[in-house]
Structure formats: structure tokens, C-alpha cells
Design a protein around this ligand. Sequence first.
Ligand code: GLU
Length: 493
Amino acid sequence: MAAPVRVRFAPSPTGFLHVGGARTALYNWLFARREGGVFVLRIEDTDADRSRPELVTAILESLRWLGLTWEEGPFFQSQRIRRYREVAAQLERESHAYPCFCTAEELQKRRELAASERRAWKYDGRCRTLPEDERSRRLSSGQPAALRFRVPEEGSTEFVDRVFGPISLAHSEMEDFVLLRSDGQPTYHLGVVVDDLDMKITHVVRGADHISNTPKQILVYQALGACPPVFAHLPLILGPDRQRLSKRHGATSVGAYREQGILPEALVNFLALLGWTPPEQREIMPLDEMARSFSLDAVSKSNAVFDLEKLAWMNSEILRHLPADRLLQCVESELQSAGLWRAEFAGGGRERFEKAVSLLQTRARNLKDFSGPGRAFFTEVFGYDPEAARKFWKDPAVASLLEALASDLAQLSPFDLESTEHCLRAAADAKGVKAGLLINACRVALTGQGVAPGLFEVMTALGQAAVVARLHRAAAHLRASQAQATAEKGGES
Ligand code: GLU
């Protein structure tokens, strides 16, 4: 029987969780779910200069937000240094590795010389052939040494990548790479192999930028007498200009998309399609459905293009069909981060809150639409969109029309869809204006926006008292700006 599938996601905490990293985590997670396997989280923090502990928290938080939970870990490489040194010592004992005394400055000089002679540089193997007594003498005199892997001189290393197919690299193309630095710190190549072995990883699923590392790592497995895992490298993610996705193309961290009001459901769905084609070619799929049909064989090796418009489209599609409970939860956290959340939305004002959310859902494309254009549904503190005001409040009669309507609405009982509409139309008739003019003017007064859900639904969602107060407030605002305009004109003449 085949060993149970065990995969891992191994971010380095040198930056926030990048969308490329999130896609790697997602594919590992989907594969583990699909195979009934285990998803391990490992933090590769051996680079003390570049790793930042606070970024670990941010990475875990982003993974949780995406719904990509792990069964084991997080394991920290920084806590396993002794183990790496132990394996390094074994490799050295068995002559798979040797100490290298070349200093950074010496290496730099030789690299520059090679460049000036137009020779490609790789480590020239100077310490590889040091006589044993010389080596011992230098070591016992305390001369600092890195430990390098002894790459075989002949032949090549081959493997069959689950996505990219057969890959082969001639040993003549590889240099004797470092396993331990001269300060005793393990390198990525050593840590990754030791961990993948100790953690019994069966499949290494990671970005295609690691393909060139794989032959080196396979050599280490072989030197340890171990069988390498299956490798599956994922296609690169490019920006619309077909260059590797970077900050130049806009936001690249998961957190930034979260802050832009993108739903985690939309981001995972979008990322899943950057390299994988689901069997039914359906685009919108929840995570559990993706997990049922995910397969490494359906991952393409062609580069994937990160298309922001598609993400925005998916987000609006998913948002509009989100189950009410889930949407309420998302809007709550959006309002919280925008400082608009009030305790009453969870208590006596719950119904009004739910009504507002469901009204806004039909038009919303993004969670920001609730705290931005939809702000007036959750607070009395909102401004008027200048363009909407210019367009729908230009008739000088608007202020008095709004006041008259406010008085009529204040008398209304019951205050519902039908009665509010009837009242507004009657008010328009009485003043000899088109109902449309009053509807548009009212919409700006009640929501601050020129475009909003149906006016009478808005009225009933806000409730009688708020509607009346807002109409008066808008009328007062209009009168004040009319007075100011007149004063300015007077001043000019
Ligand atoms: N720490 C490596 C990275 O963040 C992981 C590489 C691997 O998965 O082997 O790129």
C-alpha cells in the first residue's frame, strides 16, 4: 500500500504571504484533502537576517483567513538547527561533503576574475581536493569553514516532475553548493531535505522557481540513502505584461487583497485557476468542491496570468450569491475595520442591519461597497457624493420639496413600501414636479449616493425616524450652501 500522502507548505517569513505563496499553499491543501492526506506547515526561518517573527503571525493569519488550515505544525526550522548539523556531520563523515575555507572576499575576487575573462562562474572546487592533513590542520587551528556538498563529477541527476515531466541536469552544470555556512547556519538546501525526510513528506508541491534547486536536493537525498519525494512544480504567475508578478503590477500580498474588500472565497477560487483547470471547466467553485476534483495531473506547466479584472468579477459573482449568514459575518468584520460597527447591530438593531446588508448585496461588487458607498446604511455620519448632488439637487426647489416630503412622511402610518411610495408620488403631484425628480433628490439625501437600491426599500430599511431626519438634514445643507452661494455672488458684484 502506498504511504499516506503528506505535503507541506514552507514559507520563509521574509515578507507577507504573497499570492504566489498562497497558490502553493492552496494546491498543497487541495491535494492533501483530495488524497485524504496531511498538510504540514513549516516556517523556514533559518535566515536570521531576513526572517521577521512578526511576519510569521501575519502569514498564519492570512492562511487561516483563506481557510487553508493545517494538520501539523507550524514547525520552525530555527528550532531544528542541531538536527541539521547532525546530518551535515554525517554527510561530511561519509565524504559527501567537505569543509571549504574560501572566504566571501576570496570568492568575490575569483568571481570577478571569471567575469572579466567572460567565463561563467561556479565554485571552482578549490577546497574539494585539499589534502587530508591540510584540511585537519586548518580545522584544528580554528579557521572558519563552510561545508559544501560534493557534487559527483560525472553524469547527471534526473527526475520526473509531476507537472513539468522529465527533467535532467548535468553535474558539470552544478557547483558544490553550501550546506552549512561558516557560522554554522544551515542553508535552505540542507534544511529542506532534512525536514522533508523527517516529516515524511511524500510530495513536494512548490513554485517552478525551485525547479533548478531540485537536482541538488535529490543529490542530498541520495547521499543520505533516502528515496526523494515526488516533485510537482507549479507554473509561474505573471502580470498582464507577461513579466513575473511583482509589486509593479499592484498588490501582491494576500493581506492587501483582504484590505481591498476581496472575499477569501473569491481569492482562493481565483488562485486555484492560476494553473489548474477543473474537470468540468466550471469557474466558480467553493473550496470543498475544488478539493473533490483537484488533481496534480490537471495542473498546467504554462505560466499563468494574474488578471485583476477576473478577480474583481469573481469577487462580485461570489459576493452576490453568498449565503446570508456568511455575508453578515463578512460585512460585520468590514464595518469593524472601517470603525462603523455598532453593538446594536448584534442586538436590537439586528433586523435593520440584516435588511440593509441584503439590500446592498444585489449591487455590491466588493466588501468595501458596504463601508464606502453603502456607509449611510450603517451610520448617520455620511457625506453627499458631489457628483450626485450636482446632478440631482440642481433644481432650487429641492430643499423645500424635501422638507415638505419629510413632513408628510412623518405623519405616515404604517410606514412601508406602498405607503412611502404613495406619499412621495402624492407630494410630487401636489408640488407639480415629476416623481423622478423627487426620487433622485431623496436618494442622495438618504444615502449620499446617486445610485443605490430602490428608494422605497431604502426608506423602509432605514426606518421612519431616520428618513425624516435625513430629509431635514439634506434640506438644511442645501439651504446653507444656497445662502453661501448667494453671499459669494453678492461679494463679487
Ligand atoms: N522557503 C522556501 C520558499 O519560501 C520553500 C521552498 C520549498 O518549498 O522547498 O520559497
